[in-house]
Design a protein. Structure first.
Length: 280
């Protein structure tokens, strides 16, 4: 139904673009969602074990233990878009675990950490319709009518950027039935497999221009001129990232906007968002 590679970086990027700012102050902590505000790790209670900031906020007892509950819609868009009852189908969820180095962010003076999962449960709601709804469902089953199950699938790819000033990356969707609607690009330097570097933080890499070519049409049609992160010139790419929440989630700008400040966007979360929904 849906496969997601690099779920850590993917859910971090989508969460930063979709979630409101106050989520981390309420229910976000229950799914260990807390935005990073700096690039250095803390040592808690002089134990030598570096933990991420969200663990410091929750103050686990005993030290180093935690529990959390992550809704599948935070990982798979199918679970976020499709809300109808599924009947007589087998549900299977496959999780492939990576090493501990991408799950832990520690201070360079601390010993290497290890994450141990002692219990993992999948909670699936079971719906029992009343007699009236049951008759309507049976009639639909007997007629063998088709039901739309459209949803916005997430696809995540990665590439090692060549040591050159300009490069081209050719992307492809997984199926001919899928059409790209949003493309988000972010860079990371020496973040993979290194506990001393935070894999939830991205780098702007002094990018000056980027564009997407789809069906011989460029997005954006006008270059990102004068984009110089070292000189605080990135207002246009920041506005494009801020517009994602409004357009993707249908949220009014006056009600809620991007939860990343311009300074945090530059230092912690520079993401480049291309809306390709308007095309021939």
């Amino acid at each position: 139904m849906e496969s997601l590679f690099h779920p850590g970086q993917t859910t971090t990027m989508l969460g930063l673009l979709k979630f409101p700012d106050d989520l981390q102050k309420s229910t976000g902590l229950n799914l260990l969602w807390f935005k990073d505000t700096h690039t250095t790790a803390h040592i808690q209670n002089n134990t030598g074990f570096g933990v991420r900031q969200q663990y410091i906020i929750r103050k686990p007892d005993p030290n180093g233990t935690f529990s959390f509950r992550v809704p599948l819609k935070h990982i798979f868009e199918f679970c976020d878009d499709y809300e109808k009852v599924v009947y007589c189908f087998k549900h299977q969820l496959t999780l492939v675990r990576k090493g501990d180095n991408d799950a832990i962010f520690r201070n360079n003076a601390a010993d290497a950490g290890k994450a141990v999962l002692s219990r993992l449960s999948w909670c699936m709601p079971h719906m029992l319709p009343n007699d009236q709804e049951k008759i309507a469902l049976y009639k639909r089953f007997e007629s063998k009518s088709s039901l739309p199950v459209g949803y916005r699938m997430v696809q995540c790819d990665s590439i090692s950027v060549p040591q050159t000033r300009n490069f081209t990356w050719r992307l492809s969707v997984k199926s001919v039935l899928e059409k790209p609607r949003w493309i988000t690009v972010a860079f990371q330097t020496d973040k993979s497999g290194n506990q001393e570097h935070n894999p939830s933080i991205f780098d702007h890499c002094n990018l000056t221009n980027m564009f997407v070519t789809l069906n011989s049409r460029r997005y954006p049609e006008i270059d990102y001129d004068y984009t110089v992160f070292t000189q605080q010139k990135f207002s246009r790419v920041y506005v494009d990232a801020a517009a994602f929440r409004t357009k993707f989630c249908n949220v009014e700008k006056l009600i809620s906007s991007l939860n990343i400040t311009p300074s945090d966007y530059k230092e912690l979360s520079p993401m480049f968002v291309f809306g390709v929904t308007k095309r021939s």
